[in-house]
Ligand binder design. Structure first.
Ligand SMILES: Cc1ncc(COP(=O)(O)O)c(C=O)c1O
Length: 396
């Protein structure tokens, strides 16, 4: 079949299956309120957990950096695109994470695809949580290592796989997990994973995209939350969520970072992270170290809305973080509720099959330190009222 005919056909099926994603165009800055079609929408689907995306600290830093460094890095870092500000930010990140060294890359996605295939060989085995992020899955696909998947956060299943393979694998074994799972908001049991890794002589890797800025006393992330600094081998991170920027990083032993700088295709064949991001990143980490007021506000907001749901009998699944999945069950309810909320100028993301299992559809509400209690009360009132109306209509 002609390529374009095939693409059109597949897009048509997506529309018929109500899986077609209509991309909303924002007309202003990321905040608790965003502008779409010249109207103000309450923003309940941003990963801007701490409000740094449009904070004066970030904006001022980026402007200063543009004046100093210009914009484009001009080359990959191994040619002439490596600036002192890259190394400075890497030092700041490594110290913040209590890790020997760090490497910044262009995105969290690139961090996984730049790390996993680079450090693994065909002799190795990668054991991955079944709900890991797409970038981990793609990183594993690019690797030559053997692979196994353990049931979500199921330590018995993980141990079973480790037991079965520890004597068979000639190379190294890697256990890889998200720190916080983006669809459910639950936290990976890193304490147990690190014990199993030690017992079976495996290496642990955590991608903490949704734990950063959220967990740990100053937002250091899931590793600090469990007090496991130095006990998880490698941390992958993103700058695109709580840090309010765009970019990614890898933290670990100095020899690992040195190796990635020599061998990772993401480092060698893609231009470096924008200098302004590094400059702003330094200021943001320093701000997080100085004060945890934003994190406190984020958690106050989270408890405020999550307690209301729980006290009134609504399910928010297994979340332990600001990711708040308002469980609605049927896919059609999630789609209709999202549409109604949009008409009422509340922006949310429906999470439906195939992203989650059939019958486990939900509206994912992302809480930020920027939200006011009044805004959260409004979301609670409208989402629950409209959900009840849809359910009553369905019962008739
Ligand atoms: C666990 C995890 N890893 C990586 C990423 C990708 O991060 P970035 O947007 O910086 O590419 C995300 C973002 O959704 C994520 O949740």
């Amino acid at each position: 079949m002609d390529l374009y005919n095939r693409l059109e056909k597949e897009l048509k099926i997506r529309k018929e299956d109500k899986l077609y994603n209509i991309i909303k165009i924002l007309e202003g800055a990321q905040s608790d309120i965003v502008k779409i079609n010249n109207k103000d929408f309450l923003n309940m689907c941003s990963n801007n957990y701490l409000g740094f995306a449009n904070d004066p600290i970030t904006v001022k830093a980026i402007k200063e950096a543009v004046d100093k460094y210009g914009v484009g890095p001009g080359a990959v870092r191994s040619i002439s695109g490596s600036y002192s500000v890259h190394s400075e930010f890497e030092r700041v990140l490594a110290d913040f994470k209590k890790s020997e060294d760090a490497l910044v890359v262009q995105s969290g996605f690139q961090a996984n695809t730049g790390l996993i295939p680079t450090i693994t060989t065909e002799e190795d085995l990668i054991i991955s949580d079944e709900l890991n992020h797409a970038s981990i899955i793609d990183g594993i696909r690019l690797s030559k290592a053997k692979r196994a998947v353990y049931k979500h956060c199921d330590m018995e299943d993980l141990e079973k796989i480790l037991k079965e393979n520890s004597n068979k694998v000639n190379g190294n074994i890697f256990i890889i997990t998200d720190g916080v799972f983006s669809m459910d908001g639950d936290i990976a049991p890193l304490d147990k994973i690190s014990v199993l890794a030690k017992k079976y002589n495996a290496y642990s890797i955590v991608d903490d995209a949704h734990g950063e800025g959220v967990l740990g006393p100053n937002g250091q992330g899931s590793i600090a939350h469990f007090g496991l600094e130095g006990k998880i081998d490698i941390e992958v991170g993103t700058l695109s969520k709580a840090y309010g920027l765009v970019g990614g990083f890898i933290c670990g032993k100095s020899v690992l970072i040195e190796y990635l700088k020599q061998k990772s295709r993401v480092f060698l064949f893609s231009s470096s992270l924008q200098t302004g991001i590094c400059y702003a990143g330094i200021k943001i980490v320093k701000e997080m170290q100085k004060s945890n007021e934003r994190i406190k506000k984020l958690w106050e907001n989270t408890k405020h809305i999550q307690n209301k749901f729980i006290e009134n009998g609504y399910s928010i699944g297994t979340t332990k973080t600001p990711i708040t999945p308002f469980m609605v069950g049927e896919e059609a309810i999630a789609t209709e509720l999202t549409k109604i909320l949009f008409e009422k100028q509340i922006l949310v993301s429906p999470i439906i099959y195939p992203t989650v299992a059939k019958g486990k559809a939900r509206i994912r509400l992302m809480i930020s330190s920027l939200h006011s209690k009044e805004e959260l009360d409004k979301v609670y009132k409208i989402i629950t009222e409209e959900f009840e109306k849809i359910k009553t209509k369905g019962d008739k």
